[in-house]
Design a protein around this ligand. Structure first.
Ligand code: FMN
Length: 419
C-alpha cells in the first residue's frame, strides 16, 4: 500500500460526514483547500456559509467542490424554500462532526450564547456531533476580552479550538489571528474524531465536581476554592465519547455539559448521599470534587451574633465528615474508581498513600501552587498514579485534554475486566 493510500485508510476522517462551516473572514478562501483535504481523507462534506461569508467566496466554489447544495439562507425565496425546509436540524443530525473554519469573532460570540440567527449558527445548536472551530481574525479582535472569554467558555463545553497562528494579517498588522494551516486543522479534526469515536458508548460514568459548603450558621459557610472546572471537563469529555454521565456537583457557576445529567448538592453529607444513591448505577466513578474533611458541629439555623463567637479569637467546633470513598468501598466490585489528590507538599507520596488507602484504580495528583495547575484556571498539570505502580507525568494541558487522558485510562481499566 502506498504511503498516500495508507494515510487515507488510517484516517479517522475516512467515511465520516462532515459539515464545513465558513464565516465572513478574508481567510474564507482557505476553506476550499480544507474541503479538498477533508475529501482526500475520505470524508463526505457539506458546506454551510454565513451570509457574510458569501461576500468573500462565491458559494459556487463550494457547491462545485462538494458536489452538493451550499446552505446559506435560513429563509430563501419562497419558490426555493420547499427544498430547504428543516435542513438546519437535518444537517445537525446528519453530521459526524462539524468544522467551522474560519470562524469569526462574531460567530464565536453567537455560538457562545446560543444565538441561532442564520443557517450556520442554527446547525450548531442542533448538532449532536463534536464541533471543531478554527478562528481567524485581526489580532486585536482575537485578544479582546470578549473573544477570549467566549473561546474559554466554548472550550469548557468540550468544543475543540484550533489556535490561530502568528504572522502577517490581512489588516497589514502582524500578530496572532491567522487561520491555522490546513494540515493542522485537519489533523486536529482527525485527533478529535479518534477521541470522539464514541468509544465509551454503553458505559455509565459518575463524576463528582466542585467544592462543598459546610454551614457555620444560617448565613455563613466554610468552603474551598474549587471551581468545578476539572470535573465538568471530565463529564463533558465522557458524554462526548458516548458514555451515560451523571454529574454530582457542589455549588459552581458552570453550564451543564451537553448530554450530562446533573445533580446539585451543597454539603459533604449531601455529596455522600448522592454518590451513595448513584454508585450502584455506574461502571466508573471519577471523584474530582473537593469535599470538606470537616463540618461544623450543630450549626444553628439562625445567624450567630458576632458577640456569641466569644471574643477576638472565635472558636467553632468541627467534626470529621464521612469519607465518601471509604463509605462506598464495599460497592466497588469491578467498578473503576478514580480519585484526585490535591496536595501542596510531598504531592506524589501523599497521592500514592491515598491511592492505596482508598483502594483506587488510579489517582490524579496535582499541586495548585504550580503554574497552570489547580483551582479556577482552565489548565491543569497532573501526574497519574495507577494501582499497578505505573505513573505518568503530564505537561500543563487544558482541563478538557487532561479529562480525555484520564478517560483513556478509565477505558483501558474497564476493558481489563473491571466491569
Ligand atoms: C474585508 C473584511 C475582512 C474581515 N475579516 C474578518 C476576520 O478575519 N475575522 C473576523 O472575525 N471578522 C472579519 N470581518 C468582519 C466580519 O465579516 C463581520 O463581523 C461579519 O459580521 C461576520 O459575520 P459572520 O460571523 O456571520 O460570518 C471582516 C470584514 C471585512 C470587511
Amino acid at each position: 500500500m502506498s504511503h498516500e493510500l495508507s494515510a487515507i485508510f488510517m484516517s479517522s476522517i475516512q467515511g465520516k460526514k462532515i459539515v464545513l462551516g465558513v464565516c465572513g473572514s478574508i481567510a474564507a478562501y482557505k476553506s476550499a483547500f480544507l474541503l479538498r483535504e477533508l475529501q482526500r481523507k475520505g470524508a463526505e462534506v457539506r458546506v454551510v456559509m454565513t451570509p457574510s461569508a458569501a461576500n468573500f467566496v462565491a458559494p459556487l466554489t463550494f457547491s462545485s467542490l462538494s458536489h452538493n447544495q451550499v446552505y446559506i439562507d435560513m429563509f430563501p425565496d419562497r419558490g426555493h424554500a420547499a427544498s430547504v425546509g428543516t435542513w438546519h436540524i437535518d444537517l445537525g443530525l446528519w453530521a459526524d462532526a462539524m468544522l467551522i473554519a474560519p470562524i469569526t469573532a462574531s460567530t464565536i460570540a453567537k455560538i457562545t450564547y446560543g444565538i441561532a440567527d442564520n443557517f450556520l449558527t442554527s446547525i450548531v445548536l442542533a448538532l449532536r456531533a463534536p464541533l471543531i472551530i478554527a478562528p481567524a481574525m485581526d489580532a486585536d479582535m482575537y485578544i479582546h476580552p470578549a473573544t477570549s472569554s467566549n473561546i474559554s467558555k466554548l472550550k469548557e463545553r468540550g468544543i475543540a479550538v484550533v489556535k490561530p497562528e502568528e504572522g502577517d494579517l490581512a489588516s497589514g498588522l502582524s500578530g496572532v489571528g491567522r487561520l491555522a494551516e490546513a494540515e493542522n486543522i485537519v489533523s486536529k479534526v482527525e485527533r478529535f474524531l479518534e477521541n470522539h469515536g464514541h468509544d465509551l458508548v454503553g458505559k455509565k460514568i459518575l463524576v463528582t465536581a466542585g467544592p462543598t459548603q459546610e454551614p457555620v450558621d444560617a448565613v455563613r459557610y466554610i468552603s474551598n476554592r474549587s471551581s468545578g472546572k476539572m470535573g465538568f471537563a471530565v463529564a463533558a469529555a465522557a458524554a462526548n465519547r458516548g458514555a451515560d454521565v451523571k454529574l454530582v456537583t457542589g455549588q459552581v457557576s458552570l453550564e451543564t455539559p451537553r448530554n450530562v445529567t446533573r445533580e446539585d448538592v451543597s454539603t459533604a453529607d449531601e455529596m455522600l448521599d448522592a454518590v451513595s444513591r448513584h454508585i450502584g448505577w455506574c461502571d466508573a466513578l471519577v471523584m474530582t470534587a473537593a469535599v470538606a474533611d470537616y463540618k461544623v458541629l450543630n450549626p444553628p439555623d439562625r445567624k450567630i451574633k458576632k458577640s456569641e463567637f466569644g471574643g477576638n479569637i472565635a472558636k467553632i467546633d468541627l467534626v470529621e465528615t464521612t469519607d465518601i470513598l471509604q463509605s462506598i468501598s464495599s460497592k466497588k466490585g469491578n467498578r473503576v474508581f478514580v480519585g484526585f489528590a490535591l496536595e501542596t507538599d510531598d504531592v506524589l507520596e501523599n497521592a500514592a498513600k491515598k491511592l492505596k488507602s482508598k483502594s483506587l484504580d488510579m489517582i490524579a495528583a496535582n499541586n495548585p501552587q504550580e503554574a497552570g495547575a489547580g483551582f479556577g484556571v482552565d489548565t491543569n498539570k497532573v501526574t497519574l498514579l495507577k494501582a499497578d505502580g505505573s505513573t505518568e507525568e503530564m505537561p500543563v494541558l487544558p482541563k478538557y485534554d487532561v479529562a480525555m487522558r484520564i478517560l483513556d485510562e478509565v477505558k483501558t481499566l474497564l476493558k481489563g475486566g473491571n466491569t
